[in-house]
Design a protein around this ligand. Structure first.
Ligand code: AHR
Length: 654
């Protein structure tokens, strides 16, 4: 062998060894060997009326206390008069005659010169927009021999008129009057003024003002910008109506779905449990009008392509509050509520509840597949009650999957007790909640790796990383959630549904934080946590793939966390990698597959070295995802992961 030949062989061997080394040190994705199905419900939404999420938020009604049912019936209303001696303003309570909507207001004017005006302050003001049309409505009755004019005007934050109209009220019979007008100025803090002039008595109720530009322009509908944010998450399910709100502080204030459907004026207003829950963030004006009720929740789920997932009270009030329980021999109405709800959602239109759904505008069934029994209940009292629900639902609707619970904490004795008990039941899914620190989230990326695969599936629908003490929606919290979520995804054979909580918060009216989406009366902002949810939601895929380094899942080695899926709809490999290092990280990924891939893929990156950064309404783009292109050489991707980042890569099969 001559020298030149030896050198050539040497160089070749060196290159082969280097290539082999690079390949073995690369992250390996087994594209052709899916290990589990990803449920279409994997990433979803948890909704609760907390932080003014419903009234004052998603529900676009601008008038607060529209039917005078708050504890103080005049709350939200300012009364102005021209002549104090010549008017009366009274609230009538006709409780026995109309228990659902007991109160209404009356104005009595005693001479033709007098006038009285009522000004509604809205939910920390009313957000109104220039050139937008506003629909005013009122239920009213004019007493005999009365002659009263009603002028309606929208005032801006300094009291100037920015829209007006008049309503001609006629006749003693209660009637709904509707008028519309255009607003001439954008203002986040407008107010609504009703000016009564004349002689006699006029009674009224359900004073309402809605913008025209609601979601899908539905009359009396939802705030379009907020619904759009939900739709953009590509949610697989929509859980409602909570949360602790389901339980109530006591049983009389539990959430009762039947009181939230049918005519708007017959939905009984109830105090919101978050009104007084936290003394440091008390909200005495926080009530539930139920204008956003169960029918609207089902409709919203349908609109955004998410499986509806209602949770019902199981005969127990919040165990952190009164811990009231209904005796087992009086549980029947609660169980019946669950059966009737299934009929409301899915029953034919000749059933009692199916007919109501049709009358409300949706003859087609909502095709509900899941129902939750109880929220964060714990102890034997829960399972005693749960058993009744399971028996009744399984007997009548065996096709429905029941969601059970393990209590409020992810590893305490109640949780362990519940896990033991659950082996005796047939719950399809079990709810686990985690409100924990960022460290907990990083550490728990492996939480489900050794979980029991023998019985139920995981419904991880209340989690949020709390970076104490501020609990800001900062990048550290979102990054730790992303790491944890790679663990949820890697275990998609047992984890079927996941969502962040809570969902919404009004910047001036919140009780709890962090929250996924913050808003004021006109605008909203996506938190970094929202972008993380979105990146998982829109990159959900259909089949789970193994992604490993040195034969091991990436669960924090060297600060890296990863999961991968195949998307059969688009024929793409999707890779999610979290780099929890303050330095950039270079690595490579090999796609082990008989398939051929396009030479370019897409890459979306969100990250920053400033772990404390968050988005605000004023600066919504402090941290947002950025799209890039990535090149493949054969089946290999060379990656430079940004410091403290989540990277999502999509590579298409040729
Ligand atoms: O998401 C806020 C609250 O946290 C929910 O109402 C409750 O289920 C949990 O304790």
């Amino acid at each position: 062998m001559n020298y030149k030949f030896k050198l050539t062989i040497g160089v070749m061997l060196f290159f082969m060894a280097t290539t082999l080394k690079i390949y073995s040190q690369s992250i390996q994705v087994d594209v052709d060997k899916p290990t589990a199905k990803i449920q279409p419900t994997m990433w979803g939404i948890f909704f609760e009326d907390i932080n003014f999420a419903a009234d004052g938020g998603l529900y676009a009604e601008l008038v607060k206390n529209r039917s005078f049912e708050f504890f103080d019936p005049k709350m939200g209303w300012d009364i102005e008069r021209t002549n104090p001696d010549s008017f009366h303003f009274i609230i009538t309570n006709r409780g026995t005659e109309n228990p659902q909507n007991p109160r209404y207001a009356s104005v009595i004017l005693n001479d033709n010169k007098s006038s009285l005006s009522l000004v509604n302050e809205g939910f920390r003001g009313m957000g109104v927009k220039e050139n937008n049309t506003y629909h005013f409505s009122i239920l009213a009755s004019l007493a005999k021999q009365s002659d009263v004019d009603l002028k309606v005007s929208l005032l801006d934050s300094v009291g100037e008129v920015i829209g007006e109209t008049a309503v001609e009220i006629a006749g003693e019979a209660w009637k709904k009057y509707e008028v519309s007008f255009v607003c001439s100025k954008t203002d986040p803090k407008a107010r609504l003024k009703l000016l009564f002039e004349g002689n006699g008595k006029v009674s009224f109720d359900m004073v309402s003002l809605f913008p025209d530009d609601t979601w899908k322009n539905r009359k009396g509908g939802l705030r379009a910008d907020l619904v759009q944010k939900l739709a953009d998450l590509n949610p697989g399910f929509f859980r409602f109506p909570g949360g602790c709100i389901v339980e109530g502080r006591d049983l009389s204030r539990r959430y009762q779905w039947k009181k939230t459907v049918g005519k708007i004026e017959d939905r009984t207003v109830m105090v919101n449990r978050w009104n007084t829950e936290f003394s440091h963030r008390s909200a005495p004006d926080y009530f539930q009008s139920f204008g956003l009720g169960f029918y609207e929740y089902f409709l919203l789920s349908e609109d955004i392509g998410a499986e509806p997932l209602p949770i019902l009270n199981c005969g127990m009030a919040c165990q952190f509050n009164t811990a009231e329980v209904v005796p087992l021999d009086q549980l029947e109405p609660y169980v019946q509520d669950a059966l009737d709800l299934i009929e409301f959602a899915n029953g034919s239109t000749d059933t009692e509840w199916g007919k109501l759904r049709a009358d409300m505008g949706h003859p087609k069934p909502f095709n509900m597949k899941y129902i939750g029994v109880g929220n964060e209940q714990w102890g034997p009292q829960y399972f005693e009650r749960y058993a009744f629900f399971e028996k009744a639902i399984m007997e009548k609707y065996p096709e429905i999957s029941i969601v059970s619970t393990t209590g409020p904490f992810p590893e305490d004795p109640f949780f362990k007790y519940a896990k033991g008990e659950l082996t005796k039941y047939k719950a399809a899914l079990v709810d686990e909640h985690y409100y924990r620190t960022p460290d907990w989230f990083f550490e728990n990326a492996t939480r489900y790796d050794d979980y029991d695969r023998g019985s139920y599936k995981i419904f991880a629908v209340e989690y949020a990383s709390h970076d104490r003490p501020g609990n800001d929606n900062n990048w550290l919290s979102a990054l730790s959630e992303a790491a944890f979520m790679t663990g949820l995804e890697r275990n998609a054979d047992v984890v079927y549904m996941c969502s962040y909580a809570p969902l919404f918060a009004h910047v001036e009216g919140w009780q709890w934080r962090p929250d996924l989406i913050w808003f004021d009366n006109l605008n909203s902002v996506s938190t970094p946590n929202y972008y993380v949810q979105q990146l998982f939601g829109v990159n959900n895929g259909t089949d789970l793939l193994s992604i490993q380094l040195d034969g091991k899942d990436l669960t924090g080695q060297d600060g890296l966390y990863a999961s991968s899926v195949w998307d059969a709809n688009t024929k793409e490999v999707v890779i999610k990698i979290v780099n929890n290092n303050k330095e950039a990280k270079s690595t490579s990924v090999v796609l082990n597959s008989a398939k051929k891939f396009a030479s370019k893929g897409t890459m979306t990156v969100i990250g920053t070295t400033d772990l404390k950064v968050y988005n605000t309404l004023e600066n919504p783009d402090n941290i947002v995802p950025v799209n890039k292109e990535i090149k493949l050489s054969g089946s290999r991707l060379k990656l430079d992961l940004d410091p403290y980042s989540l990277t999502v890569i999509r590579v298409k099969q040729k």
